[in-house]
Design a protein around this ligand. Structure first.
Ligand code: SF4
Length: 353
């Protein structure tokens, strides 16, 4: 429910069928028509659903809400065409999403919460805490609005923007179900990545759903002590517990796990760290993604230099690990997680003050 109206974009087709027949007293086939308007034609209003009678459209607008996002700002990188969007939700809160162009297709990085309560020390998104959870429909809207605005099909979705997706588990799973089934955008589950800081019980729950999505773990440190310095979640779950959950995930889904490792100068980027990371992931079918961390003003973390990043990578490869360095996308438009939204919010405060 949203403003006491029903959020029908967050419903699966079978749920919508029940709602349309049992609550609105309409014929079942209407559900499929409405579903297609929302998830294939991506319309923003009931008025655009022109094959429905006026009466039904009126009934829908009285009883239901159709979420949509307003583009507040959009920045396009002159370097690589990466587009960063600031969207306004129906309650005027601001979120951000990114469109990246790769050889294999267009990838959208979406937010899953407004703000975040996980408190990772290197992340700008968490500085104001968690404002609220996002609805499944609002997460879908990020993808839909970008596809409409760019005029290009989105082929990959990464849930790696603001928020901890597994802290908004039910809405996340619902969003993936709608996104990866026909009728709808019908994106392959293999093209969906969910990145978590390591909420262990939720990793087990997700594993049991046997979806073919890629699980990415924000690891960032090689032992619990170091990880606790960077990520408060490490006080709750140890690296060993996370790795055990990952092995379980692999056993259920046969999907290679990705480990994200942000390199922070002088904190976790030494030769010893590389060796320890290689040892930690010994025998796991996984992939390591090295991320040169983006400096944020409020915290005194600096970026590891490019040649040191390369050395770290080479060291891991020497031990037989599968590694890539994440390409920096949209460097000229502050495309790193949370930066643009934070800047916008600060400017709004100034404007209002
Ligand atoms: S890195 Fe992710 S989980 Fe950690 S604070 Fe930022 S948004 Fe939250």
């Amino acid at each position: 429910m949203l403003n006491e109206k029903t959020d029908i974009k967050s419903m699966t087709l079978s749920e919508l069928e029940v709602f349309i027949t049992e609550v609105l007293g309409e014929k079942k086939f209407r559900a499929k028509q409405i579903y297609e308007w929302m998830h294939v034609r991506l319309v923003d209003s009931f008025d655009e659903m022109t094959n429905l009678s006026k009466d039904l459209r009126k009934k829908l607008s009285e009883r239901c809400v159709l979420t949509h996002l307003e583009i507040v700002e959009k920045y396009v990188s002159a370097i690589d065409g990466t587009a960063k969007y600031l969207f306004k939700l129906s309650d005027d809160r601001i979120i951000e999403s990114v469109l990246m162009h790769y050889k294999h297709g267009n990838s959208v990085c979406i937010s899953s919460q407004v703000g975040c309560r996980m408190g990772c020390r290197f992340c700008a998104s968490t500085l104001g805490g968690l404002e609220r959870q996002m609805l499944a429909s609002e997460m879908l809207d990020e993808i839909y609005q970008i596809q409409k605005d760019s005029g290009e099909r989105v082929s990959n979705v990464v849930v790696m923007g603001t928020g901890e997706p597994l802290d908004n588990y039910d809405a996340l799973v619902r969003m993936i179900e709608i996104l990866t089934h026909a009728p709808g955008l019908d994106i392959s589950q293999r093209n969906v990545t969910v990145s978590t800081c390591g909420l262990v019980p939720k990793i087990y729950e997700l594993a049991d759903l046997k979806m073919q999505i890629t699980l990415a773990i924000s690891l960032h440190a090689v032992n619990d002590e170091k990880r606790r310095e960077l990520m408060p979640i490490a006080n709750t779950y140890s690296i060993e517990e996370i790795l055990k959950a990952c092995r379980y995930y692999y056993s259920q889904n046969n999907r290679r796990i990705t480990f994200e490792y942000s390199l922070v100068k002088g904190v976790n980027d030494s030769r010893e760290d590389a060796k320890a990371l290689a040892a930690l992931l010994e025998g796991m079918n996984c992939h390591i993604n090295l991320i040169p961390v983006n400096p944020i003003e409020e915290r005194d973390y600096r970026q590891t230099e490019a040649d040191a990043v390369l050395k770290f990578k080479n060291m891991l490869e020497k031990y037989g690990r599968n590694v890539t360095i994440r390409r920096e996308m949209g460097r000229d438009i502050q495309a790193a997680c949370g930066q643009l939204r934070k800047k916008y919010m600060e400017q709004s405060v100034k404007r209002e003050g």
